[in-house]
Design a protein around this ligand. Structure first.
Ligand code: IMP
Length: 170
């Protein structure tokens, strides 16, 4: 059996979520925000962040995949697009982790033609050393080393998404 270690415990996650929510509230000052969550990994992060923010938040979801058997295939496939118009709206794309940057690069291009007023990115985790495409990520929870992590939405072949902390295998 592989042993699972704790990288970021729940208390640290909660503290950082409080800080990120405050930052977003300050930047958007009472404006409505559309959160576009990238399925499936962003779901816990999106909810935990949204419930801490007083602004009205519209939930949209988009589904893409690029990882096959815990390895980045480098090719991003769109499985499900957003349903409503985001024209003229302030959008935050909500992601679980930015790794190579290919998923977000693809999504930024995909959303461009939908004419939002603004598009920012919030991610719980970022692995800067793995970046292939440089992106401006507006809100980052934690920068981490090049480790495969699970929990808080992140999966190991669809498992362990419900862990209340971020874990990794040595
Ligand atoms: P990117 O396109 O390489 O930036 O990859 C982003 C996607 O890869 C994320 O949304 C995750 O689904 C997946 N991913 C990257 N690193 C990890 C990891 O350490 N654990 C779980 N999923 C990961």
């Amino acid at each position: 059996m592989k042993e699972l270690n704790v990288l970021i415990n729940n208390a640290r996650l909660e503290k950082r979520l409080d800080e990120m929510a405050k930052e977003i509230e300050k930047d958007y000052k009472g404006k409505e925000i559309v959160f576009i969550g990238i399925l499936k990994g962003s779901v816990p992060f999106m909810w935990e962040l949204a419930k801490r923010i007083k602004n009205n938040i519209i939930f949209e979801f988009i589904e893409v995949s690029s990882y096959i058997n815990n390895e980045s295939s480098g090719k991003v496939i769109l499985h499900k697009d957003i349903k409503s118009s985001i024209e003229g709206k302030d959008v935050i794309i909500v992601e679980d982790i930015v790794d190579t940057g290919k998923t977000l690069d693809f999504l930024l291009k995909h959303l461009e033609e939908k004419n939002a007023k603004s598009v920012k990115i919030a991610t719980l985790l970022s692995k800067p050393s793995r970046r292939v495409i440089e992106l401006n990520v507006d809100y980052i929870g934690f920068k981490i080393d090049d480790k495969y992590v699970v929990g808080f939405g992140l999966d190991d072949n669809q498992n362990l998404r419900n862990l209340p902390y971020i874990g990794y295998y040595e």
